[in-house]
Design a protein around this ligand. Structure first.
Ligand code: SF4
Length: 353
């Protein structure tokens, strides 16, 4: 049985790996292109490598691609996808085609350690981190699937908002971003790749220093008492510290930070909450995505009333904040934002983020 999986290595790491194999650096570059540009996982088909080299590598290394074991489609074209990893564990993703863009939401962990009260993934606890090749591999598996269906540019945008807290799995997340952005790999534009965090402040700083992708912060409350109840991470990095970090990041980057705000009926959707949010974000170059909660069967939380949602949005708009209400896609598949979860032994579920 072949050993180490090479799909998690970045471009630079594969160049160095080539040296350890006694090969020139360009062999590492060729392999990177096969793996992440052409989504090839069979050494035998890498025809610009000699037959002897292909045989030697095939005997020594593995090349894993997450397997899409289930697809469920909604009327609006959204697909909920279940990926099986090499060890049999599973994660979920959501593919959302629109007229101008085709967005894939990927997972970075099996489960999550953050324990947010409204999130089913959080109730799983952390099962394990994904490797970089498993994160980028979800995009590659979908690209391969849709290309076979005849779609050109099948994935234009990627969001790391599926199962898991990406910045809790920082090194793998950074490597996956590098793989997806590299011109010989995923070839994505930095403007089309967004990583979401519950607010791990030290990791946020490292993230923006090391990769140029966009950052979204899952805020979900405008005061510490409510936020700590919803998101235990707030006890370690309360709002003042989180927002201070966001302001510092903004000094160095022209990109606006996105703040995600899941509206929970009667919990964080009042006029006072909206006003506090305005105050909190004052002077920050940002945009706010309002996400009406998608009720889960056993949840004690409920969706905000439409009127409430509009009023909340209006208070933000009146103060010239850039605000969008995220349309719920694939809700009937439990694939809408925050409805993804798997059991440790595999199987579909849901997450709320
Ligand atoms: S909302 Fe995100 S960070 Fe919080 S528990 Fe769920 S997956 Fe983890």
């Amino acid at each position: 049985m072949a050993g180490e999986d090479l799909t998690s290595l970045t471009f630079a790491q594969l160049e160095r790996w080539a040296a350890t194999e006694g090969l020139p650096a360009f062999r590492g570059r060729q392999l990177f292109r096969w793996l992440h540009g052409r989504v090839e996982r069979d050494f035998a088909r890498m025809t610009d490598l000699s037959r002897e080299l292909r045989d030697r590598l095939a005997g020594k290394y593995r090349l894993h691609l997450p397997e899409i074991v289930e697809q469920r489609r909604a009327a609006d074209g959204t697909r909920k996808l279940r990926f099986r990893l090499a060890d049999g564990l599973e994660v979920e993703g959501v593919y959302m085609p629109e007229q101008r863009r085709r967005t894939l939401c990927v997972s970075t962990q099996v489960g999550c350690a953050m324990g947010c009260a409204f999130c089913a993934t959080g109730s799983m606890g952390l099962v394990r981190h994904l490797a970089a090749g498993e994160i980028a591999g979800q995009v590659e598996a979908v690209r391969r699937l849709l290309a076979a269906e005849g779609l050109e540019r099948p994935v234009s945008n990627v969001v790391f908002m599926g199962m898991g807290e990406p910045l809790h799995n920082l090194e793998a997340t950074l490597a996956a971003v590098e793989i997806l952005l590299h011109p010989l790999g995923g070839g994505m534009s930095r403007r089309h790749l967004t990583v979401s965090t519950a607010g791990l402040v030290p990791a946020m700083k490292k993230f923006v220093e090391r990769v140029p992708a966009k950052l979204a912060v899952s805020l979900n409350a405008a005061d510490d008492e409510v936020r700590s109840r919803l998101m235990p991470i707030n006890r370690r990095y309360p709002l003042e510290r989180l927002l201070a970090a966001c302001r510092e990041l903004n000094l160095k980057h022209t990109d606006r930070i996105t703040f995600e705000y899941v509206l929970l009926g009667g919990i964080n959707d009042g006029d006072d909450d909206a006003r506090r949010l305005v105050k909190l974000l004052s002077g920050l170059s940002c945009k706010v995505n309002l996400i009406p909660y998608n009720p889960l069967p056993d949840s004690s939380f409920r969706r905000p009333r439409q009127q409430r949602l509009q009023r909340f949005q209006q208070i933000l708009l009146d103060k010239n904040l850039s605000v969008f209400v995220r349309r719920s896609r694939g809700a009937e598949l439990a694939a809408a934002c925050g409805q993804l979860v798997t059991t440790a032994g595999g199987g579909a579920g849901r997450r709320q983020s």
